[in-house]
Design a protein around this ligand. Sequence first.
Ligand SMILES: [Fe+2]
Ligand SMILES: [Fe+2]
Length: 297
Amino acid sequence: MSQATSLTKETTGFFSYTRSGGKEIEPPYEKPVTVPAAENKHPSAHAWADARFATDIMAEHALFFALLMPPEVAGPEREEAISFNKTFTDLYQQIDSAGPPEQSALKSFASNFTEAVKPFIDYKARLGEAQATGKLRSLVWPLFFEHTQHEAERWTRRLETLAGGESELDKDEVSTFWTNIMDEHCRFVAHLLDPEEFELIETAMKTSHVFRDLHNHGAIAGAAVAIVHEPTTVVGSLVENPETNAILSAAETLLDFTTKAARGIEAARIKSIIDPRLSDHVRRESLKFVDELKRAV
Ligand SMILES: [Fe+2]
Ligand SMILES: [Fe+2]
């Protein structure tokens, strides 16, 4: 990364998460996740890290759409997706090499990000509707359009908050947003696994149910409902500690599951039609959830 030379004093202090927890990354698919250090609450630092994370995520959404749009059935939509992939890849590189914005440039930095995301939100909404009504017959599920639209809208809200000088994360917002995202990731994984992967499909569906309960009922009641619905599920720590850390435990368990799944898919130990870039994408979003939960107040 090239930000080291351009950091101002108050924005210094970042670190990168890796799958292993060490310095090595697992080529060719692992992307580390860079976040402000725990004590770094400077809005510029958070705006830079979040915009950098989200532009890479948006570039990948566009790539996944293109992969799921055969030219025979979705030619123009695929071309648009390829063009969005280029827009966000370029913006990511620009943000990465420029480093965190000066305080005085924070508002324009954030609006530059949100203006770039707006047309992509429109695209996701428009194509989601077309796919749901049968006007478009791509291989992108309506829920995948909707899911990625919600992510784009959330990163837009986050950058707007940061532009106002507020870096604090709200526990309710973090939990509500990400429990829904995690529920949907589990269902995406379940439906992209080879139908022979009985056990993993079942684990993914049960885990989705747990996150749905946490989303619908909140941490304490949600944990209680989840234990009734899925007493044997992977999220065993819910049973031990439902009051204090139900959502964090569930998030950490899912991070572990998605990390193992990414490695298994890369090594072809797991049979699926999941592109390894998609499994690492889902893993990084689990990681971001865990990181945000630990910071949120
Ligand atoms: Fe995503
Ligand atoms: Fe996602």
